[in-house]
Structures are given as C-alpha cells and as structure tokens.
Design a protein around this ligand. Sequence first.
Ligand SMILES: Nc1ncnc2c1ncn2[C@@H]1O[C@H](COP(=O)(O)OP(=O)(O)OP(=O)(O)O)[C@@H](O)[C@H]1O
Length: 339
Amino acid sequence: MHRNGCGFGTVGSRRANRTLVRMDTTEAPAVHVRGLRCTYGEHEAVRGVDLDAPRGELLAVLGTNGAGKTTTLEAMQGRRRPAGGRVRILGLDPVRQRRALAARIGVMLQDSALPAELTPAEFLALWSRLKRDRPTPGSMREQLTAVGLAHRRNVRIGRLSGGERRRLDLAVALTGAPELLFLDEPTSGLDPESRAATWELIRGLLRTGSTIVLTTHHLEEAEALADRLLILHEGTVAVAGTLSEIVTARRATIRYELVGAGPAVPESELVGRASVTPERGVRLVEIRTPDLTRDLGTLLRWAETQRSQLHRLHSSEATLAEIFHEISTTHVSEEATTS
Ligand SMILES: Nc1ncnc2c1ncn2[C@@H]1O[C@H](COP(=O)(O)OP(=O)(O)OP(=O)(O)O)[C@@H](O)[C@H]1O
C-alpha cells in the first residue's frame, strides 16, 4: 500500500510518529476475535463476528447504521462483556485484563465528553497521569501539533469547534504511544483539509508500526487507508478481506450501447444477466458477469458475426460503493428465515 503525502502543521512527520508510537514485533495478531456475540436485553446486536487485525495493519470496520460496529469495538476495548465468543487483544482478554491493556491501547470514541472547562494542554496532562504516562511539555505539544491543535492548546475545550474537539479526541487516543489504536469514526465532522491531514497522520502511524482498527461511514476513507476491510450488516460479517479480494469476488459489469433493431445480447446465458434500457434513440445494455474474460469474449465474437456495432463498450469491476449497497439492501434475518 502506498502511504505518502503531507500532514498537519510542522510535525506530521517521522519525528512526531517516532515518539507517538511504540513498536512491537510479536507475531500474534493484535486483534483476534472469534464468534463474538453481544446482546442488549433480548436484542442480539452482534451475532457471531470473526475478525483479525494483524500487527502494523489498519482494519477498517464498515457497516450500515446499527450494524454493530460500535458494540464490536466496545467488546474489543473491554468496555462491553460479550455474551459469547472469544476476544484477544495483544494476546490478552480485554475484560479480565483491562488494566494491563489500558496503557497499551488508545481509544478514540464516537462521542467523547471532554471537560469544557479545561484546556487541551490541561486535559492531556491529566489524561497522561491517568494512563501512567510521563509526558514532557515537549511531548504533549508534539501530540497537539500532530493533530493540528498546538495553537489552540490554551483555549478552553468548550470554546473549540466540533472539528477541533474531534482532533483533540485523536490526540487523547495517542497518549502514551499505544501499540494499538481504536478509532471510531475519526474524521466525522472534519473539513476536507483536516480529514486529509488526519489520513496522513494515520499513514504515519502505520509506517512506524502501529496497528489501527477504525470504523467509518466514508467508503473512500476505507479505500484510502485500509489494509483489510470488514463490512458488518445486522450484527454479522457480510464480507471481509483486502479491497482487491472483496472486489474481485463480486460480479463485474459490461456496458455498451446499441443503435438500431435486432437482438441486444448473444443467445446464451448472458440473456438472463442482461438489462436493456432504451434511452435517447439507443439501447443501453448492462451485463453482470462472474467471469469477465469469458463473457467479454462471447460478446465480441457475437458482435462480429452479427456485424453489430457496440458503442461505448466498457467493463468495470464492482466498486466498494456497489458492494456496500448490495449488502445494505439484503436482510440477514429475512434470508435466515426464508432459506
Ligand atoms: N445501549 C443500548 N441499548 C439497546 N440497544 C442498543 C444499545 N446500543 C446499541 N444498541 C443497538 O444495537 C445495535 C448495534 O448498535 P451499534 O451502535 O453497535 O451499531 P453501529 O454499527 O455502531 O451503528 P452506527 O453506524 O449507527 O453508529 C443497534 O440495533 C442498536 O440500536
């Protein structure tokens, strides 16, 4: 994966990242989850989730609203006791060994309630003491510079904008140079510049060996940053893998336009997978294919024998947006009851 570019302020750099991240070369995955189940009363919000986040990689957890992303993250952070399954974080049980893990993980919550009366500098000092970290004024300033907030360090948190508070949340998560970061929608509410700078900071953290589990509603964020993706839907894993594994496992699409009358597709199994839409004097043809090379060959041979002109012929793999849409319009519970 290509990780390059510029970051926030003057320290979106190797110097900042060297001090913000602690390396760990142990081979076991940083996050290992099998058969995770979480319930709220009668409601089973997470239903048998498996996932792994190898060390030094970024796992993006995507999903529809209410899919169980935050609940899964909470179980991984030891903030929610699972109803079933096995969770290991840096080799430890996050519920039973929560104290031992606390200094080694950093958490950026979706809705953190930072004290409005304190300044970012004061809060980071307090938080460092709670994490038993020994910050120097220089290291705290570096942390704030890394998220583009050095100039706001002495302003009360209550006076910061929503985006600035979000960036302070990220600085808080970085306290103590954690090996593993959980970032719950880290760029929600950020302007495009701040989002780009946050992406660059995240890339810098990955370059220096940090492991990151991130939830996001922005598909382009997952595409830009993730080594692996997981899409949750209705409490279960709909798809998981690298972006190219996920995309190549889905059907590609062949599209072309036809002028004039006559058949629009070859007389083959392609007929059942084609849709033909009349538009502005032409017919737009779209064929979904599990085997692009084979079906494109069939189509081109047919066009040659028919002497048909296929205009604007092109093919494309499924996009993450299409895959996400397909997943989000499927009801797991309906499938389970009708199959
Ligand atoms: N405290 C709670 N009590 C009861 N049900 C809850 C509670 N928290 C979450 N749920 C339910 O559990 C399911 C999963 O919620 P969760 O917040 O984990 O989803 P999510 O994927 O993070 O959603 P979003 O993208 O909307 O933040 C949802 O159906 C939600 O309504």
